[in-house]
Design a protein around this ligand. Structure first.
Ligand code: PGA
Length: 250
């Protein structure tokens, strides 16, 4: 087992009202007390203040699901790093495949967002991953290299290890199809080697999660792998008992 502290994050996407968020947190907190893994909840931004307040006495952190790189301005519908911090977020998911595919998120924008998040004091969770078609055409490594190179391009070597990377093959997200532990470990190892090409120490320290249909029954196999430092969980993170089981497996 590596010395890196595993990190398990719940990506609620566009789910849960305030009452549902409160109920989830009330049921989750007693189950994750004292866990070995770092636990992060990523509610929709309107629920961040409530979830941050409910978690403030516990070792559970909250994170945004996206962020703009500008400090402020005429960007309807967006939130800034300072705003996320203001409501208690300590991290932010950047480049989730749903943002890339449905909302036009680009590598160019991500290359600006990551350093802004880090400078502001938010841990960026950079999501990368190939589509089904790209995997079939043996383009996985090329896609991962492009996304990692772009996303981390403006992060100085000495801060690389502060980023969390989530390897999320697009074909496994919300589909019930999970990457095999071997496929997930290969891709996470490849991502680590890309970081290693920049800085060996950062490669040893950076945490790389797997995401894509992680469930209580497959979590132990995936998270037991040397190269996999936790999970970014969607569907199974909507239920506090399922999410707690995944945290326990890490
Ligand atoms: P899933 O989502 O666990 O529902 O596949 C993962 C994610 O989108 O981060």
């Amino acid at each position: 087992m590596s010395e890196r502290k595993p990190v398990v994050a719940a990506n609620w996407k566009m789910n849960k009202t305030l009452a549902e968020a409160r109920d989830f947190v009330d049921r989750l907190l007693p189950q994750v007390e004292g866990s070995r893994a770092e636990v992060i909840l990523c509610p929709p931004s309107f629920a961040l203040p409530l979830v941050a307040e409910l978690c403030k006495l516990d070792a559970v952190e909250v994170a945004g699901q996206n962020m703009h790189f500008a400090e402020s301005g005429a960007y309807t519908g967006e939130v800034s790093a300072a705003m996320l911090l203001d409501v208690g977020a300590r991290a932010v998911i950047l480049g989730h495949s749903e943002r890339r595919q449905l909302f036009g998120e680009t590598d160019e924008a991500l290359c600006r967002k990551l350093p802004v998040a880090l400078e502001a004091g938010l841990t960026p969770i950079l999501c990368v991953g190939e589509t089904d078609e790209q995997r079939e055409c043996h383009e996985t490594d090329r896609v991962l290299r492009r996304q990692i190179d772009a996303g981390l391009s403006r992060i100085p070597d000495e801060r690389l290890a502060e980023v969390i990377v989530a390897y999320e093959p697009v074909w496994a997200i919300g589909t019930g199809k999970t990457a095999s532990p071997e496929q997930a470990e290969d891709a996470c190892g490849f991502i680590r080697s890309l970081v290693g090409a920049r800085n060996a120490q950062a490669a040893a320290e950076i945490r790389i999660q797997y995401g894509g249909s992680v469930k209580p029954d497959n979590a132990a196999d995936l998270l037991g792998r040397e190269e996999i430092d936790g999970a970014l969980v969607g569907g199974a993170a909507l239920d506090p008992d399922d999410f707690a089981a995944i945290v326990a497996a890490a």
